[in-house]
Design a protein around this ligand. Structure first.
Ligand SMILES: O=C(O)CCC(=O)C(=O)O
Ligand SMILES: [Fe+2]
Length: 284
């Protein structure tokens, strides 16, 4: 089912060890020191692995926030996120959950910042503190989610666009005083329901529970029905990988090709993560 661009060999990767975590999505990368600069060749190898496996795991990387930023910069400019808590720099987002009653948006299936005209290309997340149990993250393969839709559904969504808006997704968690000032800056945008991956040419389902509000030109009820069917594609276990974290582990995902979900099952314990996101381009 997996299609790679012409001329790519599936194996062997010459410079790195790629250890698949399932048939479709997720690979652990061994033999790369994230604390050091990447040569162009190594960056290329990692990019191939990213395009093929969609999320890469680096166990025990234990890098500083500076090194995390430097690694991400190999893929493009970093994105600042005005909605989320700042870490040590403007473009480092810190998730610090005491396992208390403060829910945050990340335990809902989503791709990051699809309410922007140019949603993130990807993100690099490191766990700084892990709870004694739980706190896993899941990623789902949006190419598989698209490929396995019934043909009749594929026909219905061919060429369709959907509206993405941060308000519905964040309103459950942040008050209007926090969200209102951002409404002018991030008005609702539309994206294709099926996007084409700019590097592999593969088609990807591009709607999510957090930010996609409706399909353009459809009656509310019809749009709701179709969207609920589409977003459920991310729930299929065969399209997912689930990662159990140790402190210092790093995940690097392709936000164009995946959705993710951080499981909130570790109360009353604490979990601290730091993320940098890479600016992306306009989906087509
Ligand atoms: O904490 C996690 O595992 C993921 C959080 C998240 O949604 C993100 O970093 O974009
Ligand atoms: Fe996220």
């Amino acid at each position: 089912m997996r299609r790679l661009p012409e001329g790519w060999q599936e194996r062997p990767y010459e410079l790195i060890d790629v250890v698949p975590q399932g048939r479709l999505i997720g690979a652990e990368i061994r033999g790369v020191d994230l604390a050091r600069c990447l040569t162009p060749a190594l960056r290329e190898e990692l990019n191939r692995a990213l395009l093929e496996w969609k999320v890469l795991f680096f166990r025990g990387a234990a890098i500083t926030a500076e090194q995390q930023r430097a690694f991400a910069l190999n893929w493009g400019e970093l994105e600042t996120n005005p909605l989320l808590a700042r870490g040590s720099a403007d473009d480092v987002v810190r998730f610090d959950k005491g396992g208390s009653a403060t829910p945050t948006y990340e335990n809902v299936w989503h791709a990051d910042v699809t309410f922007r005209e140019r949603p993130a290309l990807g993100a690099v997340l490191q766990l700084r503190e892990v709870p004694p149990y739980g706190g896993d993250t899941l990623w789902a393969d949006m190419a598989a989610a698209y490929d396995n839709l019934p043909d009749a559904v594929k026909e219905r969504i061919e060429g369709a666009r959907a509206v993405h808006d941060f308000i519905p997704g964040f309103a459950r968690f942040y008050g209007p005083e926090r969200l209102a000032p951002l409404q002018d800056r991030f008005p609702p945008v539309t994206h294709p329901v099926v996007r084409t991956h700019p590097e592999t040419g593969r088609r990807m389902l591009f709607v999510n529970t957090s930010f996609t509000t409706h399909i353009v030109g459809m009656e509310r009820e019809e749009s709701d029905r179709l969207l609920s069917l589409l977003v459920r594609q991310a729930h299929v276990p065969e399209y997912q990988v689930r990662f159990h974290w140790q402190a210092g582990d790093v995940a690097f995902w392709d936000n164009r090709a995946t959705q993710h979900y951080a499981v909130d099952d570790y109360a009353p314990h604490r979990r601290v993560a730091e993320r940098v996101a890479i600016a992306g381009d306009r989906p087509y």
